[in-house]
Ligand binder design. Structure first.
Ligand code: SF4
Length: 479
């Protein structure tokens, strides 16, 4: 098969910055060959890399790429996979990145069985940062942090993956190109967390400093430590010392993949009625006209103090906006005292994509506040002429404030206490008020979100509170 390297490389970035003789280029080409064998188009693939020499993979591959933070590529890739579960996501990491700082992400990816193609290029050292010992640096080898020879026991990445229940585990070396391509293709074909460790040479910061003078000597060493898995079984414990079985070491068919499992679970939950009769599927953007939301971009703010529960109202509103087919984002501000300190929750919605998740100060059209400390801090964000709903028992609005904004007074906490018997119901009262005044989403859609997001046993109280909020807001608007 003729492979089309050119189409999947960012040629303007070449030559690579990798040292002559580095194994990373061999892995890059092998990934491209396996992608070609799979028939994957670059427009469909996302490659996520971590930090280290292998992290540069995302600069050279011409597909969707993401150069993530140290040790976190699996976490980023998990989010990407969730967003596009049908598209292949390849993750490339090094032994330092993936087995030290990123170890827990690696193990949790395995246990979840999310369909990521996770490749750790194990060159036995932190190469980029000049030779610190990594979790795979062999015993006795020199590293700048182990100048008298490494005394730390090593991790076996494939054993870890198997113990953490990865459903596909394989290993190859950069010296065994056919096997390398074969295990990568098999990993790409597998549905579920597919882990491939590639033993690779770092001639400059590992080999050279461990008496392997030229890249060829480094390669000879790499070639000598991989033992085909069938032969591995015949070796004595002594003969296995310092060597690694190569090939497919584990493959479990039929285990449920995480995104599929999650989507089936959510579907099942949504099919449940919760006794309200109003639970329904999310409404797709194309099915929803949002005729009640007549502005392109809208910004709202809920303020109170930490522990009051009012801030969760914004989260529910955000969810309802998404259900309505709008784009929505929410952000949270908490001062140092989470409990008792002033907090605010901003919620944005737009018919277009939102690229910045924070409300713009001076542009917020609606704010609701149930604590004076937060009101005084956050009111400045509201646009002149905008609406601020305050609980008059808890918030003081000055005469200047009343000239600047339309201040509406509703005793939210008292209503929650007296009519619901539970102060926590104030967040649903706040939602009823917000929806009634702003008309940003349909009441029944917000009710669906409340039903889904509050604890099951408190659904009836929250529904009642939401309706009370609407009632009080309508009353105040009429006055
Ligand atoms: S330092 Fe090592 S791993 Fe990094 S590019 Fe050079 S040879 Fe490759």
């Amino acid at each position: 098969m003729a492979y089309n390297y050119d189409s999947k490389l960012r040629k303007e970035r070449l030559p690579t910055q990798w040292c002559p003789g580095c194994g990373n280029g061999i892995v890059l080409n092998a990934i491209i060959r396996a992608m070609d064998t799979m028939g994957w188009k670059k427009e469909d693939v996302c490659l996520v890399s971590g930090i280290g020499c292998s992290g540069r993979m995302s600069s050279y591959m011409d597909c969707f790429t993401f150069h993530s933070t140290h040790g976190r590529p699996v976490a980023y890739a998990t989010g990407i996979k969730f967003a596009e579960p049908e598209k292949p996501v390849i993750v490339v990491s090094g032994d330092g990145d993936g087995l030290a700082i990123g170890l827990s992400h690696f193990l949790h990816g395995c246990r979840r069985n999310i369909d990521l193609k996770y490749i750790i290029i194990n060159n036995f050292i932190y190469g980029l940062t000049n030779s610190q010992a990594s979790p795979t640096t062999p015993l006795g080898m020199w590293a700048v942090t182990q100048p008298f020879g490494n005394i730390e026991n090593t991790f076996d990445a494939c054993d870890l993956a198997i113990a953490a229940k990865a459903t596909f585990v394989a290993r190859s070396t950069t010296l065994d190109l056919l096997r390398l391509e074969k295990v990568l293709t098999a990993a790409f074909q597998h549905k579920g967390f597919s882990f491939v460790e590639i033993l690779s040479g770092c001639p400059v910061n590992f080999g050279r400093k461990n008496d392997m003078g030229a890249p060829k000597e480094m390669d000879d060493w790499i070639g000598s430590i991989g033992v085909p898995s069938a032969r591995w079984q015949t070796l004595s414990e002594e003969e296995k010392e310092g060597k690694f079985p190569v090939g497919i070491l584990k493959q479990t068919a039929g285990a449920k993949e995480y995104c599929e499992k999650y989507s089936e679970h959510v579907k099942k939950i949504r099919e449940e009625d919760h006794g309200t009769g109003i639970f329904c599927e999310t409404i797709a953007p194309e099915d929803q006209e949002n005729e009640e939301c007549d502005s392109v971009k809208r910004q709202f703010r809920f303020t109170g103090v930490g522990g009051q529960g009012i801030i969760s109202a914004g989260e529910i509103l955000c969810e309802a906006m998404i259900r309505s087919g709008l784009h929505s984002a929410t952000s949270l501000a908490m001062n140092s005292q989470v409990r008792g300190g002033p907090t605010s929750r901003d919620v944005l919605c737009d018919k277009k994509e939102i690229n910045y998740p924070y409300a713009i100060n001076g542009e917020i059209e609606f704010m609701l506040s149930v604590a004076d400390s937060s009101y005084q801090i956050y009111k400045k964000g509201v646009t002149p002429g905008g609406i601020i709903v305050i609980d008059p028992n808890l918030v003081h609005a000055s005469s200047d404030d009343r000239k600047t904004w339309k201040i509406l007074e509703i005793p939210i906490v008292e209503i929650a206490k007296k009519e619901i018997g539970n102060i926590a119901a104030q967040s649903s009262i706040a939602l009823g008020i917000a929806v009634s005044i702003t008309k940003c989403v349909k009441e029944e859609i917000l009710l669906q979100s409340i039903t889904e997001m509050v604890p099951k046993k408190s659904i009836p109280a929250n529904i009642k509170a939401f309706k009370l909020g609407i009632e009080y807001a309508e009353r105040v608007l009429k006055e």
